[in-house]
Design a binder for this molecule. Structure first.
Ligand code: NAD
Length: 350
C-alpha cells in the first residue's frame, strides 16, 4: 500500500515520513525550476544533507540522456540499495526519478513530493514510471510505486495558472468518475480565489479516486481504463494542435475531450443533460475553446483510431451513465463521434 500524506506543511510531513525509515544517504531529484522554487520550501533536516541532482525542466528532458545523468550522479555519489531518493517536482521528475530509482542497482526506495497539481493528482500516485524514447511517449518504463507520496498545496503558489488548470482537468475527470457531489464541488471554483484549505480537501477526494482504481487494477488489466475518460478525444485534439504547429497544454486538451466524451455519454448512455451543459459552460469559460470545423473530423478520427489505448484500430472511449457510474471499453461508431463533435461545436459556440 502506498502511503499518501496530505499536508500544508511539507517540511513537517517529510520529517514524519523519513523519521521512521532507515537509509544511509538521501538523494533529492529536482528540475531546474523546482530546485529554485520548491526545494527552498522544504526545511527538513534530512534534506539539508542530501545530494541534490538537478535535471532540465519540461517534457523534452524526460529522456535517456537525463536518465543516464541521474544514474551517473547516483553512482559517483555513493548511492546504494540502502539509499533513498526523494523526487521533488512535476510529473517529469516523478516519472523519470521513479524510474531511475527503480532501475539503479535493481531498485532503491523513493518518495514523491509532487509540485504540480497534475503530478499530485495523477503522475506521482499510482506507480507508473518511465521516460520517452525513440519519439514515443513513456515508451520505456515500469510499474513501481513510491513508498510515500507527500501532497502539499504549499508548492502550488508559484505554479503558472495554465499548469494549475491543466492539473485541475484531471481532478474534474476523477470527480466525474466518483460522484455528482464531487463533480459539482469542483465546478464552483473561482481560479482567481483559491483557498489552500479548500484545495487540500478536494485533493484528498481526487487522489482517493485514482488510488482506489489503481489498487484494484495495479497493472492496467481493465478497470484502470476508467481513468482514460476524456483522453481518447483529448489526445486527438492535442495531436491536431501539434500538427497545426500550435500545441496546447495537455490538461486543456483533456478538458475539451471530457466535454466531447460527456456528450457521447449523453447520446449513448443517457448521461444527465444539465450536467453535460454545466461542464461545457465551465470548460468554455475557464479553458476557452479548441477550434474545429467539420473539415477537421477526418483527421481527428484518424488520431482516435490510432490512439495507443485503441483496440483493433477501433475508437475506444470510457463513458458515463452518470457521475460515478462508469462504462469502460466502449467501441464508438465514427458517426456517433461526428455527432458528438457537432454538439461540441454548438456548446462551445464555435
Ligand atoms: P512537468 O513536470 O514538466 O511540470 C510542468 C512545468 O512546471 C515544468 O516546467 C516544471 O519545472 C514546472 N514546475 C513544477 N513545479 C512547479 C512549481 N511548484 N512552481 C512553478 N513551476 C513548477 O509536467 P507535469 O504537468 O507536472 O507532468 C507531466 C508529465 O507527467 C508528463 O511527462 C506525463 O507523461 C506524466 N504523467 C505521468 C502519469 C503517471 O501515471 N505516471 C500520469 C499523468 C502524467
Amino acid at each position: 500500500m502506498q502511503n499518501i500524506v496530505f499536508s500544508t506543511d511539507i517540511s513537517e510531513a517529510l520529517d514524519n515520513v523519513l523519521t521512521v525509515k532507515s537509509f544511509n544517504r538521501i538523494f533529492v531529484i529536482v528540475d531546474e525550476n523546482t530546485r529554485r522554487l520548491a526545494l527552498p520550501l522544504v526545511n527538513s533536516g534530512h534534506v539539508e544533507h542530501a545530494h541534490v541532482i538537478t535535471i532540465g525542466a519540461g517534457e523534452v528532458n524526460k529522456n535517456l540522456n537525463t536518465l543516464t545523468h541521474v544514474w551517473i550522479e547516483l553512482g559517483t555519489n555513493g548511492a546504494t540499495r540502502h539509499s533513498l531518493i526523494i523526487n521533488i517536482g512535476g510529473g517529469v521528475v516523478t516519472d523519470l526519478g521513479g524510474f531511475a530509482a527503480t532501475t539503479f542497482k535493481r531498485g532503491l526506495p523513493f518518495v514523491n513530493c509532487p509540485t504540480t497539481l497534475l503530478a499530485a493528482v495523477d503522475a506521482a500516485v499510482g506507480g507508473k514510471t518511465g521516460i520517452n524514447f525513440a519519439g514515443m511517449k513513456n515508451e520505456i518504463g515500469c510499474f513501481a510505486k513510491a513508498s510515500d507520496v507527500i501532497i502539499s498545496t504549499g508548492f502550488f503558489s508559484t505554479l503558472p495558472i495554465e499548469e494549475f488548470k491543466s492539473g485541475y482537468a484531471e481532478m474534474l475527470k476523477h470527480a466525474m468518475l466518483s460522484d455528482t457531489a464531487a463533480f459539482h464541488a469542483l465546478l464552483d471554483i473561482d481560479f482567481n480565489r483559491i483557498s489552500g484549505e479548500w484545495l487540500l480537501t478536494q485533493l484528498k477526494t481526487s487522489v482517493k479516486v485514482k488510488a482506489d482504481i489503481v489498487q484494484r487494477d495495479p497493472h492496467e488489466q481493465g478497470l484502470r481504463q476508467a481513468l482514460n475518460l476524456g483522453h481518447t478525444v483529448g489526445h486527438a485534439f492535442e495531436s491536431l494542435a501539434l500538427q497545426r504547429g500550435k500545441p496546447v497544454p495537455h490538461g486543456y486538451a483533456i478538458a475539451w475531450g471530457l466535454v466531447v466524451e460527456t456528450i457521447l455519454s449523453r447520446l449513448l448512455r443517457q448521461f444527465d443533460s444539465n450536467h453535460m451543459q454545466r461542464l461545457a459552460t465551465f470548460v468554455r469559460e475557464n479553458y476557452g475553446i479548441f477550434n474545429i470545423t467539420c473539415d477537421d473530423y477526418a483527421e481527428l478520427l484518424h488520431f482516435m483510431h490510432h490512439d495507443k489505448k485503441s483496440m483493433n484500430g477501433e475508437i475506444n472511449c470510457t463513458l458515463l451513465n452518470s457521475c460515478g457510474n462508469v462504462n469502460t471499453g466502449n467501441t464508438i461508431d465514427p458517426s456517433d463521434m461526428k455527432a458528438a463533435l457537432d454538439i461540441y461545436r454548438d456548446l462551445m459556440h464555435i
